[in-house]
Design a protein around this ligand. Structure first.
Ligand code: HOZ
Length: 428
């Protein structure tokens, strides 16, 4: 496969951008080779600057549930842009997006729009600290909540991909207040809470881990977290940046029927433009300035383009049959991949919730970050390149997720399964 233009583009970008990329996992360093520079996307496909076509399961890491360059989203962005791109003043569109979110997500009575998932989690934690008057926070090993200083300890995504336990540049003092426990282990949460009485402001987690591959919660796990946090006056925060409007219209909290105190959103609610949001019940959200004393602000927050792309995307997702279609396409893909690993005697753990999935090269059952870490990343590397060479683009890391969108056709899924079957037959 020809990729000389991508290679030249990467060599050029490395002179002026660290690693040649604006987010670490994109530079492919953990799968080897060089990143493909993307020229354009349409529907289920992306095209690189050498002219190669790929069926895309990265989907901008989740937001593009309608596919690339969806005509309605593009038209909404275009017509909104004609009226101006930013005002630093309120618009009625922001209220419309906020109302849509409030009506969809059970835990949210009020919501504040920000510009990224990182801003959402950082702000939600500040609010939880302001609300409780406590400093410590509890997070889950392998959950990734963006690049917030005190949330990088034992994080997933790029931190896991690069084998880091945390990040340089974070003062010890900042990380001192972060406690970490394993996923799917309510007893560990209880112990941490009891060892730090009246000191923990919040427990933050991805209700379905999506930055270490895909790891679903055990049945009842989220309910147990709800009980423990309620008992101890701890704010329960679901980071639904990935799962929000993805596994169900109301996110993982409606999928599992557990209501957290606060929720962080991003990705899909911006329809592929930069956005984030955090919200919760009125009591908690009243702490946010100007009503309360917890300060949080942003010049581009509620940006008209992101908001209109988000509203248009959410309108489509509210149509009947959408989540059934996502479920059915993703199930067909996952079943095809499972058959292929079985046929070729490959040790694999297949994980999927709705349209999010990951194949781990491990004989273990993956129920937490340590389980995910048993995966053979060299095998993943071979699998990744085998797929890329056959025109299928998946995450360049074992510790990310794959996303099926509404525009993946039966033909796309069949082609993908055939490509994966060929690749798996030749894995060493
Ligand atoms: N950490 C992001 C996905 N979980 C990757 C972001 C990006 O490279 O765009």
């Amino acid at each position: 496969m020809e990729s000389s233009k991508s290679l030249a583009a990467w060599q050029k970008s490395q002179r002026v951008i660290p690693g040649g990329v604006n987010s670490p996992v994109r530079n492919f360093s953990k799968v080897g080779g060089h990143p493909r520079f993307i020229a354009r996307g349409e529907g289920s496909k992306v095209y690189d600057i050498d002219g190669n076509e790929y069926i895309d399961y990265v989907a901008s890491w989740g937001p593009l549930v309608l596919g690339h360059a969806h005509p309605s989203v593009i038209e909404a962005i275009r017509s909104t842009a004609l009226d101006g791109t930013s005002f630093g003043a309120p618009t009625t569109r922001e209220t419309e997006l906020a109302e849509t979110i409030v009506n969809a997500v059970p835990s949210i009575e009020q919501v504040r729009l920000v510009n990224s998932g990182t801003e959402a989690t950082m702000s939600a934690i500040r609010v939880a600290r302001g609300y409780t008057g406590r400093d410590k926070i509890l997070k889950i090993d392998g959950c990734y909540h963006g690049h917030v200083d005190y949330l990088l300890a034992k994080a997933g995504s790029g931190v896991a991909t690069f084998g880091l336990s945390d990040s340089g540049g974070v003062p010890e003092d900042f990380a001192r207040n972060t406690l970490t426990v394993p996923f799917n282990d309510p007893e560990a949460v209880r112990e941490a809470v009891e060892a730090n009485p009246d000191e923990i402001a919040c427990l933050i987690l991805e209700p379905i881990m999506g930055n270490m591959g895909i790891i679903p919660p055990y049945e009842g796990y989220l309910n147990q977290l709800r009980e423990i946090t309620e008992e101890h006056g701890i704010v329960l925060i679901f980071d639904e940046v990935i799962t929000g409007f993805r596994v169900a219209y109301g996110g993982a909290q409606s999928y599992y029927n557990v209501t957290p105190d606060m929720t962080c959103l991003g990705k899909i609610i911006g329809g592929g433009l930069p956005v984030g949001a955090y919200g919760g019940n009125q009591d908690i959200m009243r702490c946010v300035a100007p009503e309360g004393d917890v300060y949080q602000a942003g010049t581009l927050s509620g940006n008209p383009l992101a908001v209109t792309a988000g509203i248009t995307t959410l309108r489509k997702l509210a149509e009947p049959g959408v989540y059934e279609q996502l479920e059915s396409s993703a199930a067909t893909l996952a079943e095809g991949l499972a058959e292929a690993t079985q046929k070729h005697g490959i040790d694999a753990w297949h994980s999927r919730v709705g349209s999010m999935l990951m194949l781990y090269f491990t004989p273990e059952t993956v129920t937490d970050a340590d389980g995910a870490r048993t995966a053979d990343t060299e095998r993943y590397q071979q699998y990744f390149w085998g797929l890329v060479e056959r025109g299928v683009y998946v995450a360049p890391s074992q510790f990310e997720a794959g996303f099926v969108s509404l525009v993946h056709s039966d033909e796309d899924i069949n082609t993908t399964v055939q490509a994966a079957t060929q690749v798996l037959a030749n894995l060493c």
